[in-house]
Design a protein around this ligand. Sequence first.
Ligand code: PRP
Length: 212
Amino acid sequence: MINIALPKGRLGDKVYKLFDDIGFSCPELEGDSRKLVFENEEKGVRYFLVKPSDVSIYVAHKAADIGVVGKDVLLETEPSVYELLDLGFGRCRLAVAAKNNWKDDTSLPLRVATKYVNVTQKYYAAQNRQIEIVKLNGSIELAPILGLSDVIVDIVETGTTLKENNLSVFYDIAPSSARLIANKSSYQFHKATIDSIVRELAKRRESPKERE
Ligand code: PRP
């Protein structure tokens, strides 16, 4: 039995379709239900529905053998897991954004609003820039508008949220996309199964061109 942590929501639907496609179907999961655990004994698979940012926690603790998570979350949390495959979808970038007319005053510490505290600290430490972090959990774009911060560090996908709030990207930090991860000891134990999952998913990997 292979245990898979599926991110809830839009990303999860896409991830489940991929697993369904390579032989790990679970019809019960396709219905409308508030259940969080779904199993198909015949196919040897059990799915857990988890918050996207928690996938790597379940995998690192071996509650799940494998899972799919954004690279942005892996960069932020650095979990002790194997990153096996870039699935090519869920593409976005981690970036520094600010009001369109923002000018950096390097004589002052920079006030940065973000939920990516570790990524932000590393990024500015590498530049020897003193910062003050305002940790938020969502709607980060509000912070510079309300004067809570000078800039934000957040993910940008289409750029619509920034544009509609008169903000722009000033610096790119890192690209992100969905990654298949595995628990380290599960990988040794289920090596043949997990390797074949990687091979099959790699065939269905989305290249940037296919998305356009
Ligand atoms: C994310 C991110 C941005 C937005 C970027 O927010 O924090 O706000 O998506 O997407 P875009 O470039 O396509 O506009 P999310 O929807 O995850 O909600 P959040 O505000 O709770 O983080």
